[in-house]
Structure formats: structure tokens, C-alpha cells
Design a protein around this ligand. Structure first.
Ligand code: ADP
Length: 163
């Protein structure tokens, strides 16, 4: 029997958006399982702490056994190796993503030559969407209900005391 194909989709997910979900769904057309790996970077300030981000993802993807939620700290390459996986999934939105993603993919490959990075392009309707933009809109009192899952929308409203 062939071994199940798995890929790691790393990111901050602060918070999860429908753009991330679009990429996960596309990834599942190719891989049997996607491990969504939430990054904890001690140098970064997040709106939602690691526990909140992981819990939101687990709630949104509960009962979906092709999606696993995990978290990591430190080098992505070390995490991927520890999990015995050789493929990283990332999303490519606009030109602006390209340069940084290109650098990261090459750096990761330099550190660990067995690792490949695969990019998926989201639906056009999500190509402008980012966690950062979502936070900014909520902070300013706006609504982006169609851009995030219901549970994330509720958490955002709570965070900004509008719930
Ligand atoms: P990071 O802090 O690593 O950028 P993010 O959580 O913002 O983490 O994003 C993780 C990955 O998902 C990145 O590859 C990013 O390009 C991709 N991504 C984020 N938002 C979208 C979107 N709307 N459409 C497609 N890909 C996206």
C-alpha cells in the first residue's frame, strides 16, 4: 500500500481567514493530509496567542481527519524534519508575496535540500485578503464577515469588545 502523502502548511494564522482555508482545500486535492502548523515566534506580537490560534483552527476543522492542527517554535525546517515530511505548502497571493516566499523557499532548501515548497494560488476573491487586513478592518469597526469563518468573526468581535 502506498504511503500517505502529507504536507505541512505553516503560518501565523492570526487569525485564520477564508484565504487560508482555500489553500488547505486546494492542498487536499494533491495530498492525503495537510498539517496546519501554527508558528509561535517569540519576537512577534500576535492579536491571538498561540493557544487561541490553535483552538480556533481545531474548532473550524473538527471532524476533518485529513487536516491536522499542530504548532511549532523555531526553524520550520527542523519542525518539518521532526515530522518526517518533505513538502511545505504556501499560498501565493499577489506579486507582493512572491519575493519573500521565493527567498524563504530557497533558504529552506539550502538548509535541508530534501525539502520542496509547493505554492497554491487562491481564488481571486481571496487574493487581496490577509490576516493583517482583517485585523485592521475590525479594529476600525468594520465588518469582514465573508472573509473569515463564523467562529473567527465571533472571536474578533470579542477581542475588540463588540460581541
Ligand atoms: P505568515 O506569517 O507566515 O505570512 P500567514 O498566516 O499570514 O503566515 O500565512 C500563511 C501562508 O498562507 C502564507 O503562505 C501566505 O502567503 C498564505 N496566505 C495567507 N492569506 C492568504 C490568502 N488570502 N490567499 C492565499 N494564501 C494566503
Amino acid at each position: 500500500m502506498s504511503k500517505k502523502s502529507m504536507a505541512v502548511y505553516p503560518g501565523s494564522y492570526d487569525p485564520l481567514t477564508n484565504g487560508h482555508i482555500d489553500i488547505i482545500q486546494r492542498g487536499l486535492k494533491i495530498f492525503d493530509k495537510i498539517i496546519v502548523a501554527v508558528l509561535k515566534n517569540p519576537a512577534k506580537t500576535y492579536l491571538f496567542d498561540l493557544d487561541e490560534r490553535v483552538r480556533m483552527l481545531r474548532a473550524v476543522f473538527k471532524e476533518q481527519d485529513k487536516i491536522e492542527i499542530d504548532h511549532f517554535e523555531g526553524l520550520l525546517v527542523d519542525y518539518v524534519k521532526r515530522r518526517n515530511i518533505t513538502t511545505i505548502v504556501r499560498g501565493l497571493r499577489a506579486i507582493s508575496d512572491f519575493e519573500i516566499e521565493f527567498q524563504m523557499a530557497l533558504m529552506n532548501r539550502k538548509i535541508e535540500p530534501r525539502i520542496e515548497t509547493i505554492f497554491f494560488v487562491p481564488s481571486e476573491s481571496y487574493s487581496f485578503l490577509s490576516s493583517k487586513l482583517v485585523k485592521e478592518v475590525y479594529m476600525l469597526g468594520g465588518e469582514v464577515r465573508s472573509m473569515v469563518p463564523l467562529l473567527v468573526d465571533r472571536k474578533l468581535k470579542k477581542k475588540f469588545r463588540r460581541g
